[in-house]
Ligand binder design. Structure first.
Ligand code: UDP
Ligand code: MG
Length: 138
Protein backbone atom coordinates (compact mmCIF):
# COMPACT_ATOMS: atom_id res chain seq x y z
CA UNK A 1 0.00 0.00 0.00
CA UNK A 2 1.40 3.35 -1.08
CA UNK A 3 0.94 6.54 0.91
CA UNK A 4 0.47 9.10 -1.87
CA UNK A 5 -2.32 10.14 -4.18
CA UNK A 6 -2.55 12.76 -6.92
CA UNK A 7 -5.31 15.36 -7.17
CA UNK A 8 -6.39 18.24 -9.34
CA UNK A 9 -8.81 20.99 -8.38
CA UNK A 10 -10.58 21.23 -11.74
CA UNK A 11 -11.44 24.42 -13.69
CA UNK A 12 -15.03 24.60 -12.40
CA UNK A 13 -14.01 24.58 -8.73
CA UNK A 14 -11.20 27.08 -9.38
CA UNK A 15 -13.55 29.42 -11.29
CA UNK A 16 -16.17 29.17 -8.55
CA UNK A 17 -13.65 30.24 -5.89
CA UNK A 18 -13.36 26.93 -4.05
CA UNK A 19 -9.57 26.40 -4.02
CA UNK A 20 -9.15 27.48 -0.40
CA UNK A 21 -12.07 25.50 1.00
CA UNK A 22 -11.08 22.34 -0.88
CA UNK A 23 -7.44 22.54 0.25
CA UNK A 24 -8.65 23.13 3.81
CA UNK A 25 -10.88 20.04 3.66
CA UNK A 26 -7.98 17.98 2.30
CA UNK A 27 -5.48 19.06 4.96
CA UNK A 28 -8.11 18.77 7.72
CA UNK A 29 -8.59 15.15 6.60
CA UNK A 30 -4.92 14.55 7.45
CA UNK A 31 -3.19 14.93 4.08
CA UNK A 32 0.18 16.61 3.78
CA UNK A 33 0.72 18.49 0.49
CA UNK A 34 4.08 17.26 -0.83
CA UNK A 35 3.89 19.04 -4.22
CA UNK A 36 1.58 21.67 -5.68
CA UNK A 37 1.23 23.93 -8.73
CA UNK A 38 -1.35 26.28 -10.25
CA UNK A 39 -1.34 25.81 -14.03
CA UNK A 40 -3.41 26.05 -17.19
CA UNK A 41 -3.22 22.73 -19.06
CA UNK A 42 -2.76 22.55 -22.82
CA UNK A 43 -4.92 20.25 -24.99
CA UNK A 44 -1.87 18.03 -25.47
CA UNK A 45 -1.16 17.69 -21.75
CA UNK A 46 -4.81 17.16 -20.78
CA UNK A 47 -5.22 14.66 -23.62
CA UNK A 48 -2.18 12.70 -22.48
CA UNK A 49 -3.26 12.74 -18.84
CA UNK A 50 -6.68 11.28 -19.73
CA UNK A 51 -5.40 9.03 -22.56
CA UNK A 52 -6.81 6.01 -20.70
CA UNK A 53 -10.27 7.42 -21.50
CA UNK A 54 -9.53 8.20 -25.18
CA UNK A 55 -12.09 5.67 -26.48
CA UNK A 56 -14.86 6.87 -24.17
CA UNK A 57 -17.66 9.09 -25.57
CA UNK A 58 -16.93 11.86 -23.06
CA UNK A 59 -13.17 12.12 -23.84
CA UNK A 60 -13.25 15.18 -26.16
CA UNK A 61 -15.54 17.14 -23.86
CA UNK A 62 -13.43 16.14 -20.87
CA UNK A 63 -10.24 17.47 -22.49
CA UNK A 64 -12.02 20.70 -23.54
CA UNK A 65 -13.31 21.16 -20.01
CA UNK A 66 -9.89 20.56 -18.43
CA UNK A 67 -8.31 23.31 -20.59
CA UNK A 68 -11.16 25.77 -20.00
CA UNK A 69 -9.32 27.44 -17.11
CA UNK A 70 -6.47 26.96 -14.65
CA UNK A 71 -6.27 24.03 -12.26
CA UNK A 72 -4.41 23.23 -9.06
CA UNK A 73 -2.41 19.99 -9.22
CA UNK A 74 -1.04 18.41 -6.04
CA UNK A 75 0.52 15.30 -4.56
CA UNK A 76 -0.96 14.33 -1.20
CA UNK A 77 0.57 12.11 1.47
CA UNK A 78 -1.19 10.11 4.15
CA UNK A 79 -1.58 6.50 5.16
CA UNK A 80 -4.03 4.73 2.78
CA UNK A 81 -3.98 7.90 0.63
CA UNK A 82 -5.67 6.61 -2.53
CA UNK A 83 -8.71 4.88 -1.01
CA UNK A 84 -9.30 7.48 1.69
CA UNK A 85 -9.14 10.28 -0.89
CA UNK A 86 -11.74 8.59 -3.10
CA UNK A 87 -13.99 8.50 -0.01
CA UNK A 88 -13.25 12.18 0.73
CA UNK A 89 -14.16 13.33 -2.81
CA UNK A 90 -17.23 11.11 -3.30
CA UNK A 91 -18.71 9.51 -6.43
CA UNK A 92 -17.81 10.69 -9.96
CA UNK A 93 -21.41 11.87 -10.40
CA UNK A 94 -21.91 14.52 -7.68
CA UNK A 95 -25.64 13.73 -7.47
CA UNK A 96 -24.54 10.31 -6.13
CA UNK A 97 -21.74 11.63 -3.88
CA UNK A 98 -22.22 11.24 -0.12
CA UNK A 99 -23.18 14.40 1.81
CA UNK A 100 -20.13 16.36 2.93
CA UNK A 101 -17.81 14.96 0.27
CA UNK A 102 -15.92 17.46 -1.88
CA UNK A 103 -17.92 16.62 -5.00
CA UNK A 104 -21.19 16.75 -3.08
CA UNK A 105 -20.29 20.20 -1.77
CA UNK A 106 -18.64 21.81 -4.80
CA UNK A 107 -19.46 19.92 -8.03
CA UNK A 108 -22.42 20.59 -10.30
CA UNK A 109 -22.26 17.75 -12.87
CA UNK A 110 -20.56 14.46 -13.75
CA UNK A 111 -18.17 16.22 -16.15
CA UNK A 112 -17.48 19.38 -14.14
CA UNK A 113 -16.95 17.48 -10.90
CA UNK A 114 -14.55 19.76 -8.98
CA UNK A 115 -11.68 17.37 -8.29
CA UNK A 116 -9.61 14.48 -9.60
CA UNK A 117 -8.36 11.66 -7.41
CA UNK A 118 -6.10 8.77 -8.46
CA UNK A 119 -7.80 5.37 -8.66
CA UNK A 120 -4.83 3.16 -7.64
CA UNK A 121 -1.37 3.33 -6.10
CA UNK A 122 0.14 2.60 -9.51
CA UNK A 123 -1.74 5.47 -11.18
CA UNK A 124 -0.98 7.82 -8.28
CA UNK A 125 2.74 7.31 -8.91
CA UNK A 126 2.33 7.74 -12.69
CA UNK A 127 0.17 10.86 -12.34
CA UNK A 128 2.42 12.49 -9.72
CA UNK A 129 5.49 12.10 -11.91
CA UNK A 130 3.54 13.26 -14.99
CA UNK A 131 3.11 16.65 -13.28
CA UNK A 132 6.11 17.01 -10.94
CA UNK A 133 9.85 16.50 -11.18
CA UNK A 134 11.77 15.19 -8.16
CA UNK A 135 12.91 18.78 -7.46
CA UNK A 136 9.26 19.84 -7.05
CA UNK A 137 8.34 17.12 -4.56
CA UNK A 138 8.99 17.35 -0.83
N1 UDP B 1 -16.49 11.98 -16.96
C1 UDP B 1 -17.50 12.52 -17.73
N2 UDP B 1 -18.60 11.76 -18.04
C2 UDP B 1 -18.73 10.48 -17.60
C3 UDP B 1 -17.70 9.93 -16.82
C4 UDP B 1 -16.59 10.70 -16.52
O1 UDP B 1 -17.41 13.67 -18.13
O2 UDP B 1 -19.75 9.84 -17.92
C5 UDP B 1 -15.32 12.80 -16.63
C6 UDP B 1 -15.35 13.31 -15.19
O3 UDP B 1 -14.76 14.61 -15.16
C7 UDP B 1 -14.47 12.29 -14.48
C8 UDP B 1 -13.40 12.01 -15.54
O4 UDP B 1 -14.13 12.02 -16.76
O5 UDP B 1 -13.94 12.82 -13.28
C9 UDP B 1 -12.67 10.72 -15.40
O6 UDP B 1 -13.62 9.66 -15.31
P1 UDP B 1 -13.45 8.50 -14.23
O7 UDP B 1 -14.41 7.43 -14.57
O8 UDP B 1 -12.00 8.14 -14.12
O9 UDP B 1 -13.96 9.21 -12.87
P2 UDP B 1 -13.16 9.65 -11.57
O10 UDP B 1 -12.04 8.68 -11.36
O11 UDP B 1 -12.67 11.06 -11.82
O12 UDP B 1 -14.18 9.61 -10.46
MG1 MG C 1 -10.58 8.06 -12.64
Amino acid sequence: MSNITFTMIKPDAVANGHIGKILDQITTAGYQITAMKYIHLTEKTAGEFYAVHSERPFYKDLVSFMVSGPIVAAVLKKENAVADFRTLIGATDPSKAEPGTIRNLYAKSIDANAVHGSDSDENAAIEASFFFSNLERF
